[in-house]
Design a protein around this ligand. Structure first.
Ligand SMILES: [Zn+2]
Length: 272
């Protein structure tokens, strides 16, 4: 075989360079296609099958939670122990004990009343702003200790007995007017009853005052809610009380008020 001329060697070198470049391009293209396929697979896997699985799981979990843990046989929401202090649920089915009451940090509101010191600045600001807006309101009843609640409850029972009720009936009925010890929000230091210069009775007449209108519009800005609304009596177990407000924190108060919920509904929905 004749030896290649320099010209032929050059051509052969060039040809092999071109071949290598073509092979490199093809390899790159194949890699790119594989990458795209892989990415598409990952995205498809994350999106389609996962969503229904997740929602099924959470639905099952919440069903378990509400049917086995957080609701009693009569459908009343039972709050788990250790909830956040501002969202503590206190009612006929969720009583606080004297040990819990002893942990509440109290501060003087005035010479007669105390309030939870963590919520007191919000209460003071709300009253100041209401007064500045021309609504002369004041807190008439705030924190009530366990012992006082006991006295008030049994006084109510005695009253009903005098009115002719049987003992069992009287105790049941009394609890709808004055809470049993540990079941009143006034035992938490987070509840306040308002009076105003226009109206000084704790009854439905309070809703006809300008103070009530101001509170309805503004209380959530200070973390307070109207605790016992008119149309929620079957859930709260308490008659409509336009004068009774409860501190829950600004975030919860805004949502509860804007969505017209009561505290029980909010806590149940959030699983708190
Ligand atoms: Zn009250």
């Amino acid at each position: 075989m004749a030896a290649k001329t320099p010209e032929e060697r050059r051509k052969a070198r060039k040809e092999s360079q071109r071949r290598r470049a073509r092979q490199n391009r093809i390899t790159l293209l194949v890699l790119l296609v594989l990458c795209i396929l892989f990415l598409a697979l990952v995205i498809a896997k994350n999106h389609t099958p996962k969503e229904p699985t997740e929602s099924t799981v959470s639905k099952e979990e919440s069903q378990v939670a509400s049917s086995e843990i957080t609701v009693d046989e009569e459908g009343n929401y039972l709050q788990k122990k250790g909830s956040s202090w501002n969202l503590i649920l206190v009612n006929d089915w969720n009583a606080i004990d004297e040990a819990y009451v002893a942990t509440i940090p109290l501060e003087d509101f005035n010479a007669s009343w105390k309030f939870d010191s963590r919520a007191l600045p919000y209460l003071n600001q709300m009253i100041d702003d209401a007064n500045a807006a021309g609504c002369d309101i004041w807190g008439q009843s705030l924190y009530r200790d366990y012992e006082t609640q006991k006295v008030l409850y049994w006084r109510q029972v005695d009253q009903l007995l005098e009115d002719g009720y049987e003992q069992e009936q009287a105790e049941k009925e009394a609890a709808t007017i004055v809470k049993r010890p540990g079941t009143s929000e006034h035992n938490t230091g987070l509840a306040v009853d308002f009076e105003c210069s226009e109206y000084q009775d704790l009854d439905e007449g309070f809703e006809n005052t300008r103070a009530f209108q101001w509170l309805t519009t503004h209380c959530a800005e200070y973390g307070f809610i109207l605790r016992f609304p008119k149309d929620k009596e079957s859930i709260t177990g308490v008659i409509y009380e336009p004068w009774h407000y409860r501190y829950v924190g600004v975030e919860a108060a805004r949502e509860i008020t804007s969505r017209e919920l009561c505290l029980e509904e909010y806590l149940k929905e959030k699983g708190l």
